[in-house]
Design a protein around this ligand. Structure first.
Ligand SMILES: [Zn+2]
Length: 437
């Protein structure tokens, strides 16, 4: 082979190797591209829809904001920005609010994202109960949260959930147009969110849950691992100019999930299961876990583990939850913590210490800038903090890394429901749905 042929062939192979493949739009990727600090400057040649998305994302981060300020941040002519904004107002995605401040001259009209009359249903699936609420497309709750007992059988659950969603929608016809259902799910899913590959705590494997639910509902459905949905929503809700850095979201509920945001993207891995820290063992002689192993972090820290510890009733995965554990909700347990019940305080302190030990694995593996922790137990963060920090310091390989910022997310903020809502809202405001919304 002549040398020249070799080069031609190599270049051809390289092109083949790196040719773009058609895949589902990844919202976090789109969001990263549209982050105020990371986005490219719009040019005359930039597609209209892309310009619209850039403007929508700036509005999300800085609203309320004037046209002049948008133009300044985009380094675009005011007239060009004005035309994009007018198009978005006609499409019903942006609205004009009250006037802003001005040192002199006419006060500018401030712009807001407009999700009036459009909403989604956000669903938080947990092993014991499932919660649902109607939200607008930027995550504000529009109705009280409802809940029902989660069915163990996937088909029964999909039809039960579809019925609950239909009832909720029927009770709030005044709200406007439903754009879809977002589901934060406690398990591992394929990349497209179609198949539940495995949900250890529910005992599900390879369930086409999204198809079951959308067929029963006749509405678009987005399903995502609950902790991933949480970290994504956290990134989406960040205001202002600072890049988000690397983030982890630890969701403590009936199980324990971790979502990781690395270099601006949700970490997924080859099989879309990256970040399953809940099933990393803390102790090979530890308690049994729903996944079939023993000593997993989840088996020490989940709400079921905390309540079981308090009641002295060991968890027996694969068997029905002991009746005394099932009767005492995490809310009841936290009420006893609030009353100063010594046994409850001691059980919570143990959970907090184990929580810190597991956080050290996240710090040693990913060294994030910030760790959010969501869950009912975080209401007692002031009581837990020292125990969590002690566990983290015991196992973190670098003292300075153990100082990672920890941000408690209160249960009343419903982070999992916000995550579920963002799955639908971001499709419209970020990932290219603007032109068609
Ligand atoms: Zn496990």
């Amino acid at each position: 082979m002549k040398r020249r042929d070799f080069w031609v062939r190599s270049r051809y192979n390289r092109r083949r190797l790196f040719a773009p493949t058609r895949c589902k739009k990844d919202i976090s990727e789109a969001l990263r591209k549209l982050h105020p600090k990371l986005l490219g400057i719009s040019t005359r040649g930039t597609h209209r829809a892309t310009n619209q998305q850039v403007v929508l994302n700036l509005l999300r981060a800085y609203q309320p904001i004037s046209r002049a300020e948008l133009a300044r941040r985009l380094r675009m002519q005011r007239g060009a920005v004005g035309r994009i904004v007018n198009g978005l107002i006609v499409d019903g995605l942006v609205r004009e609010g009250g006037p802003g401040d001005a040192d002199r001259g006419r006060k500018p009209t401030l712009l807001h994202l407009d999700s009036r009359g459009r909403w989604s249903v956000a669903v938080d699936v947990r092993v014991t109960r499932t919660f649902l609420v109607i939200t607008d497309l930027v995550g504000n709750e529009l109705t009280p949260v409802r809940s029902f007992v989660t069915d163990a059988d996937p088909k029964s659950f999909a039809s039960h959930l579809a019925g609950e969603v239909r009832r909720l929608v029927a009770d709030h016809t005044e709200a406007g147009q439903c754009h879809g259902v977002g589901v934060a799910f406690p398990g591992m899913l394929d990349r497209a969110g179609n198949i539940v590959l495995r949900a250890p705590a529910l005992g599900w494997r390879n369930v086409p849950f999204k198809r079951l639910l959308s067929a029963a509902l006749g509405l678009p459905v987005e399903v995502e691992n609950a902790a991933r949905a949480c970290v994504f929503a956290q990134m989406w809700s960040l205001q202002g100019e600072a890049p988000p850095g690397d983030l982890a979201f630890v969701s403590v509920s009936d199980g324990l999930g971790v979502g990781l945001l690395v270099a601006g993207e949700v970490l997924r891995g080859r099989h879309n299961i990256a970040g399953e820290f809940g099933h990393l063992p803390l102790d090979l002689g530890g308690p049994p876990c729903a996944c079939g192993a023993v000593g997993c972090w989840e088996a020490y820290v989940s709400n079921l583990a905390t309540v079981s510890r308090y009641l002295g009733a060991p968890l027996r995965p694969g068997h029905p939850v002991a009746s005394e554990v099932a009767r005492l909700s995490i809310g009841d347990f936290m009420a006893r913590v609030g009353e100063g019940d010594a046994k409850a305080l001691s059980a919570l302190a143990s959970t907090a210490h184990y929580l810190g030990l597991g956080l050290a694995s996240i710090v040693n593996s990913f060294d994030p800038d910030r760790i959010y922790i969501g869950g009912e137990i975080m209401a007692a963060w002031e009581l837990m903090k020292a125990h969590v920090r002690r566990g983290l310091a015991e196992r973190a390989l670098l003292e300075s890394a153990a100082d990672v910022e920890i941000v408690p997310v209160a249960a009343r903020e419903h982070p999992r429901l916000r995550g579920a809502s963002a799955l639908v809202g971001a499709q419209i405001f970020v990932a290219g749905g603007a032109a068609t919304a």
